[in-house]
Design a protein around this ligand. Structure first.
Ligand code: NAD
Length: 544
């Protein structure tokens, strides 16, 4: 594995985010990678009057990046007050106008790519190519909902109780103000993409991005402002989730949460108390199956990306690989070789295949999972160690063999660059083991027989299944609903489902000519008989 050196941020309009080296003795900004003036253009979007700030550290080198103003409970209340006023006006804005603004956002995301990639990488540490994935995903989402929301939300006519005499219209009306609580791992798309359909449906948003990646989320909001969304329509609050979560849930009409299963359960309970809906995109222990007829080179290449994209800090990342007996040795040889050939680095350059973990906490979890497995007899086929000379929280891409149920990483999500290999003899056994445990987020199947792989997919208890690809086929296809079964979540993002969650379905019935009560001098009995005859006729006609 090779390492490369840090590059230099490009910044606004291609100009530098860093104004050359400062002398630490004379300039207090010297230790900050980003210019405070630049940071201020982002942090001014946080609703915060508390006067307190929290420093943000870059996982590339442990250097401070910025100080983020913190929101109080009063600030949360103020954010919701403003959002409600903005929502009332926005709900009256025609769909075409909303779509035009959304398409401008799409173009801005692409135009400002270098600046976005710098901020994401500086703040999260991920390889630049993985930062690109999420900018592209956000742009795809913006374009999809700009073009499709009118169709998904169009009012429709359905059968009324009395044919001709009862007209039924189904409307999709906005919920109001949606609270979005998002994690740090894909800091742009997780912070923005769930909110875009909420806006298209006529809602306002109050967002609380993770504290470790506030700048990326704020950069996204800045682009939304530039695209022309009303400023108050998207509010940002900053602070610890355990403090701001409850005040948000108390004031929201719907909550969209992405994060751990443990936090998701807390949020679900609080939403239940208020009888508001929520979508929960949670953790996984995702299986990848290599069938005996798989193209081994493609499977090995796919397994590297499935396991180590964003250093495995990806909800849909593969953490368990089940390989058919017949191809096990060949697959393992190619997978290990490809993993060892990865370029590791903490830099802004495109050449890096994997960057550092985001924090000391993540490093501690990954180290604990690997150490526990090794102590209990697992074998390390690649990686298995921290690389502090590359970055403070760097951990090598790691492949384990011989992992058994008493080891923590057997069933618990590591959320890092650690994957376990298992051999299987027959496919029904592989399916059963893939379905083992409480999670059900994403699965991957490698096979040259698409029809057979799709038949197996139906037996896997996961919200998404990718064939001959780790996760990108479904995640990148923003028309495809995405979410978890079992403890991996509730509700779906993307597609029609991803926008309908932000609306209330309203039925409007218009009764014409025929009354619901007896008429034409009929008594109740005759009226009932006539109606019964009508029911029989409708059944004969095959009507629902
Ligand atoms: P986390 O649950 O600790 O934090 C996620 C967000 O919730 C953060 O913004 C945090 O501030 C907030 N939060 C924390 N405690 C809260 C509380 N009590 N009330 C309200 N908000 C609270 O998750 P994490 O460890 O930061 O993120 C990693 C997890 O997220 C992994 O399990 C991963 O699988 C999951 N994830 C899932 C998806 C998906 O689409 N299914 C996507 C990304 C990440």
């Amino acid at each position: 594995m090779s390492a490369s050196n840090p590059g230099h941020p490009e910044g606004v309009g291609g100009g530098p985010l860093v104004d050359g080296p400062h002398d630490p003795e004379h300039d207090p900004r010297a230790s900050y990678v980003l210019e405070p003036e630049y940071v201020a253009t982002l942090t001014e979007r946080v609703t915060a009057t508390s006067g307190t700030t929290v420093p943000l550290i870059s996982p590339l080198d442990g250097a401070p990046l910025a100080n983020i103003p913190q929101s109080s409970t009063d600030d949360v209340a103020e954010a919701y007050r403003r959002a409600r006023i903005a929502q009332a006006a926005w709900a009256k804005t025609p769909m075409e106008q909303r779509a035009a603004v959304m398409l401008r956002l799409h173009d801005l995301l692409l135009e400002r790519m270098p600046e976005l990639l710098d901020i994401i990488t500086l703040e999260n540490g991920k390889a630049r190519k993985h930062a690109y994935d999420e900018v592209a995903h956000t742009a795809l989402t913006a374009r999809y909902y700009a073009r499709m929301s009118g169709k998904h939300l169009a009012s429709e006519r359905r059968h009324g109780v009395f044919p001709v005499f009862t007209r039924i219209d189904i409307n999709h009306v906005p919920k109001g103000v949606v609270g979005i609580i998002s994690p740090w791992n894909y800091p742009l798309t997780m912070a923005l993409s769930d909110g875009l359909p909420a806006l298209m449906a006529g809602n306002a948003v109050v967002a609380k991005p993770d504290a470790q990646t506030m700048l990326t989320a704020l950069m996204g909001v800045k682009l939304m402002d530039e695209a022309g969304f009303p400023r108050d329509l998207w509010q940002v609050v900053a602070g610890p989730g355990r403090e701001l979560g409850s005040p948000m849930i108390e004031r929201s009409d719907y909550i969209c949460f992405t994060g751990s299963t443990a936090t998701g359960k807390l949020i679900a309970k609080q939403c239940a108390e208020r009888l508001i809906g929520c979508s929960l995109e949670l953790g996984g222990k995702n299986p990848l199956l290599v069938l005996r007829d798989a193209d081994i080179e493609k499977a090995a290449e796919g397994a590297v990306r499935a396991s180590f994209s964003n250093a495995g800090q990806l909800c849909v990342s593969a953490e368990r690989i089940f390989v058919a007996d017949q191809v096990y040795d060949r697959f393992v040889e190619r997978f290990v070789a490809r993993t060892k050939a990865m370029t590791l680095g903490a830099t802004l350059d495109w050449e890096v295949d994997m960057g550092p973990l985001i924090s000391g906490e993540q490093l501690a979890t990954v180290t604990a999972h690997v150490d526990d497995a090794v102590a209990k007899g697992a074998r390390v086929l690649a990686g298995g160690a921290a690389r502090p000379e590359l970055a403070p929280y760097f951990y090598e891409p790691t492949i384990l063999e011989g992992v058994s149920p008493e080891m923590t990483c057997f069933g618990h999500e590591t959320f890092g660059p650690v994957v376990s290999l298992y051999r299987f003899h027959d496919e029904s056994d592989a399916i059963a083991r893939a379905n083992d445990g409480e999670y059900g987020l994403n699965a991957a199947i490698f096979s040259q027989d698409g029809a057979r792989a799709r038949a197996i997919a139906r037996q896997i208890k996961c919200g998404t299944v990718n064939i001959n690809e780790g996760f990108g086929a479904t995640f990148g296809s923003v028309a495809a609903p995405m979410g978890g079964m079992r403890e991996s979540g509730m509700g779906r993002r993307q597609g029609a489902e991803g926008i309908h969650r932000y609306t209330e379905t309203q039925s409007v019935g218009t009764q014409r000519v025929l009354k619901m009560t007896p008429q034409l001098g009929l008594n109740a009995e005759r009226h009932a008989k006539l109606q019964t005859l009508g029911l029989k006729v409708l059944n004969k006609l095959g009507r629902a």
